[in-house]
Design a protein around this ligand. Structure first.
Ligand code: F6R
Length: 278
């Protein structure tokens, strides 16, 4: 895994936005896997301002969000659809028809929605770049500790810690949902490139376990060690418990010197090199 340590949350957002923009430059019709939560908000701000500056377009892009609460309508302030509209979609030229969430219409059987979502992703040709945050307990999407490392999209009961962590986002009279439809760890691992972001000390333990710990269902993010193209962008606070920070910084310098020697950014970044079949 390529660990990129930068100063603070703003630099995490800029670095992640550079990577997303490279993807959209190389493949304007890219399929993006997207996350909600507080971590990617600044990334989405960056993407909106780069769209406004004319650097990128979302006109041909399709998106698949990682997860959505069960039983929460798209008009609810709690819904991830609404979150994405507010933070990204409403401010770009994306066609809303191409934005997807694992949802379940009232009265439908939520157990059948997972395979449907997987089919939709397959019909679009798979996910080119999956953006992830990480829970303090190591979850990705709503794959809580103990989730199968090969899991597909399905309903999932949230861990108590996740319910507590998410409480901070609710206003007084809102009831915290405790079930969600989420892409599985297997779904995430099928993405061609994975970009995980983490900021703040509350994520330091989870990042250390995900990057340097054993691959285990008890830390779902550790499954990313099995993927060939993962970049993890963290600020110094989230990197605090990593043991090999000097090595990650050294690798970054070496990679930058290779990029400088062999070509500029978009299209030349070895992570997106055409020969690697993005
Ligand atoms: C959200 C998601 C979650 C979050 C994680 C971190 O779609 O899939 O896994 O990425 O809970 O949330 P924040 O960024 O709010 O700390």
């Amino acid at each position: 895994m390529e660990v990129i340590i930068v100063k603070d949350a703003d630099e995490v957002a800029v670095t992640a936005a550079d990577i997303c923009c490279d993807m959209l430059t190389i493949r304007p019709n890219a399929t993006l896997g997207l996350a909600t939560g507080s971590t990617p908000i600044r990334l989405y701000e960056q993407l909106v301002s780069r769209y406004r500056a004319g650097d990128i377009s979302f006109a041909k892009v399709a998106t698949f969000n990682l997860d959505e609460y069960l039983g929460v309508g798209s008009d609810s302030p709690l819904s991830y659809r609404r979150f994405m509209n507010e933070h990204l979609f409403d401010h770009t030229d994306i066609d809303f028809v191409n934005t997807h969430f694992p949802t379940c219409a009232p009265g439908s059987d939520p157990r059948l929605m997972g395979p449907e979502y997987e089919d939709k992703i397959q019909r679009r040709g798979g996910i080119d770049l999956q953006v992830l945050g990480i829970g303090a307990n190591g979850h990705i999407g709503f794959n809580e500790p103990g989730s199968s490392l090969g899991s597909c999209t399905r309903i999932k009961t949230l861990a108590q810690r996740t319910v507590n962590d998410n409480n901070r986002l609710l206003s007084e009279n809102q009831i915290q949902p405790d079930m969600a439809l989420t892409m599985g760890i297997g779904t995430i691992l099928n993405a061609r490139r994975i970009l995980m972001l983490a900021t703040g000390e509350s994520k330091a333990r989870a990042i250390a376990r995900a990057v340097e710990g054993a691959v285990t269902a008890m830390c779902p993010a550790s499954a990313l060690q099995m993927h060939a193209y993962v970049r993890i962008v963290v600020d110094e606070a989230a990197a605090k418990e990593l043991m090999q920070t000097e090595y990650y910084r050294w690798v970054r310098k070496k990679n930058e010197s290779i990029t400088a020697e062999h070509g500029g950014r978009a299209g030349e970044d070895p992570w997106f090199h055409p020969s690697l079949r993005i």
